[in-house]
Design a binder for this molecule. Sequence first.
Ligand code: ZN
Length: 212
Amino acid sequence: MTEMLRQQLIDTAIAMNASGLNQGTSGNLSIRCDDGFLITPTGMDYAGLAPDDIVPMKLDGDSRGKRKPSSEWRFHAAIYRHRPEANAILHAHPVNCSTLACLNKGIPAFHYMVAAAGGKDIRCAAYATFGTRELSEHVIEALEGRKACLMAHHGLTCFERDLPRVLALAVEVENLADVYCRILAIGDARILADDEMDRVLEKFRTYGVQDA
Ligand SMILES: [Zn+2]
């Protein structure tokens, strides 16, 4: 079982880079397992990863693998502790999410698909040095009632029920960030009304978003 999860994690990490969401080794991915979670190792090219390079961790941060875990293991652990519905976490530095995050901007409801992240906007977490407890606290706060957030002067973090869904959510948020950057370059964004976003969120809860 764990062997299969390790391979799925590697395959999704390779797919993440192939999708253009991430460059090089800056991003990281994890999946919840029985007694904690499995996370990609620090500073290794995904294409060369073998299942035993994946690092098993406990929710308290204890790690056992032969490799060192991603330097961002702390907020992965914090999300699994705080959000029981989170089974897979993706963190990356996609160009458009990072552009907005470097302006300390979140993504407002300029498009109904913003609701795919669980609410009426996608927040930008306050800045703190990578790998710190302070950054974990900011990420947990920005994810309140959401499955995705930007991170100031840094990038994107999101979680989902499984690895295919978390990759799809990251692609969607980066697409929204791309369109929002274009809108900001041309003029002011028009934001959907609160009650319309309530309707969209209700439809997402009832029908899902696969073909919306
Ligand atoms: Zn990062």
